[in-house]
Design a protein around this ligand. Structure first.
Ligand code: ME8
Length: 497
């Protein structure tokens, strides 16, 4: 069985979860579900990033010890994952002993390979981004991201990042899919071509972090600590155990575009220095604005995913976020756009199709899967559309996948309009049964395809067609509904908003 390993970034626990966190996690969940339906052995990881100055400050502001603070906030992220029906296999916290052990082991390996030296850092640091900035990057006294910076002078260990420029560029060239989408790859390559500075990877001016092995005046730079989570969860430093063996380097790291540099430059350089293979891909998604405005805590326009789910239901929120923007591009969140999509795509297009066909079968067809007569060439061609569609999918293009499935739903509604099964009841009941059978089996296939996008609704529709749990993988598109199967009473799946 092919293995697939998908990861979300681990989220800072300085504040409560917002729509950006929900989006990354739902996108990864969609991919994880998609691969499982392909029959792959999937490991899906998410979790929280709990060290660093930003979190330490947030704890102080809340009058809590860092540990009490991170325990509380991490739980809110775990609750969100549960609320969103996310199918992660693990939830990692960087304060866990397994992670501290892994981060220290990686550090030791970097020391052993000669990639780390002790020096002194003097330069700009932005706590909000947990990032160092060169003088040339400072704009009007701020980081290029707009974050406040402070001047830091302290003893520090450095990672010889500058030594990896050529290797990184050669790697990007040899592995054109390593960074996606393509425009992002070019951006990263240009950054690396511009020259790399050695990276400060330890801090001494505060304590909330993983102690540097052998020199506990230093704690590890939060990004070196955090990036290691992706291998901690596979059991690193034990490289012989089955998870590390099975899933590394089959990793796809999905990240926001703002943290691409850490994943596509620093992380591969650390791994190269440690002599470990690089992940399969780093995929950067875009950023959401709220009604056209940049989302920020100071503007007070953050979007609470819990409130959205309570109002519209998880399937609806999930569908909107995945469908509304092309995966990799920026997008705008608007409540009206969400409502419009729910009404047009879910209630009207998909919901009506299912409701019309299944209630008609229930009321006029003895609540059993109808027995078809001979299929016309048109019927067969129509029934083959979903199977033909699936192989055309670029698996990372989840928004296009949704578009493609809804194009099939439109075809089904067209088929209903053309073949008017209800009108055939008196004139040609045999043909009516054939048309209804074709539609029911088409809906079965659609519901298999919509599982990664609408897990709850798709399961209800498949239940209503009495499709067994074993027949819900993509490979079951090739099967057919069995005529005569008893069907339960249909229930509405997508309420109008
Ligand atoms: O960066 N739209 O954590 P984080 C879309 N701990 N995505 C958004 C967004 C928005 N408006 N705002 C934030 C960190 N995000 C690190 C990661 S991984 C080893 C360590 C996304 O909690 C953002 O792009 O600040 C990022 O991918 C994610 O939320 C986590 O952000």
């Amino acid at each position: 069985m092919t293995a697939a390993y998908i990861t979300t970034p681990i989220y800072y626990v300085n504040d409560k979860p917002h729509i950006g966190h929900a989006y990354t996690t739902l996108a990864c969940d969609t991919l994880a579900r998609f691969w499982r339906l392909q029959g792959k052995d999937v490991k899906f990881l998410t979790g929280t990033d709990e060290h660093g100055q930003k979190v330490e400050k947030a704890a102080a502001a809340a009058n809590l010890t860092p540990q009490d603070f991170v325990d509380t906030v991490s739980q809110t992220f775990r609750d969100l994952v549960a609320k969103m029906d996310v199918t992660n296999d693990d939830f990692i916290r960087t304060t866990e002993p397994r992670h501290i052990k892994a981060a220290q082991a990686l550090w030791t390996r970097l020391i052993d390979s000669g990639a780390i030296y002790l020096g002194e850092y003097s330069g700009w640091y932005a706590v909000r981004d947990e990032a160092f900035y060169a003088e040339s990057e400072i704009v009007d006294g701020k980081a290029p991201t707009g974050a406040d910076v402070e001047w830091v002078i302290e003893p520090s260990y450095f990672f010889k990042l500058s030594a990896y420029q050529d290797q990184l560029l050669a790697y990007y060239k040899a592995h054109p899919d390593f960074i996606a989408p393509e425009s992002r790859r070019n951006e990263v390559a240009r950054f690396v071509e511009g020259g790399l500075f050695d990276l400060s990877i330890s801090r001494t001016s505060f304590k909330w972090g993983v102690p540097v092995p052998g020199d506990d005046k230093h704690i590890m730079y939060v990004w070196l600590d955090a990036l290691t989570n992706y291998i901690t969860a596979l059991g690193y430093p034990d490289e012989e155990n089955s998870d590390f063996k099975a899933f590394w380097p089959e990793a796809i790291h999905v990240v926001g575009k703002d943290i691409l540099r850490f994943h596509a430059v620093y992380w591969p350089a650390f791994l190269m220095a440690a002599g470990l293979p690089l992940p399969r891909q780093v995929f950067a998604h875009g950023w959401w604005t709220n009604e056209g405005v940049k989302i920020s805590k100071s503007l007070g326009n953050t979007i609470d995913p819990i409130e959205l789910i309570d109002t519209f239901g998880i399937d609806a929120v999930r569908y909107f976020l995945i469908r509304e923007v092309s995966f990799g591009q920026d997008g705008d969140f608007s409540r009206q756009a969400l409502i419009n999509r729910l009404n047009s795509d879910l209630a009207n297009a998909y919901g009506n199709l299912v409701q019309r066909v299944l209630s008609f079968i229930y009321k006029n067809g003895d609540a059993i899967v109808p027995s078809p007569g001979d299929l016309t060439a048109d019927d067969s061609a129509f029934l083959n559309l979903p199977k033909q569609f699936l192989p055309t999918i670029n698996e990372m293009q989840i928004s296009r996948y949704a578009e493609g499935v809804w194009a099939l739903i439109a075809k089904a509604n067209q088929y209903v309009d053309e073949h008017k099964p209800w009108g055939l009841k008196k004139t040609d009941p045999e043909r009516m049964n054939t048309v209804l059978y074709v539609l029911a089996d088409f809906i079965r296939q659609i519901a298999i395809l919509t599982q990664p996008l609408l897990p709850v609704a798709s399961a209800k529709i498949l239940d209503q067609l009495a499709v067994s749990e074993d027949d819900r993988l993509f490979s079951a598109l090739d099967k057919q509904l069995l005529p005569g199967t008893k069907l339960p009473e249909p229930i509405g799946v997508f309420p109008r908003v």
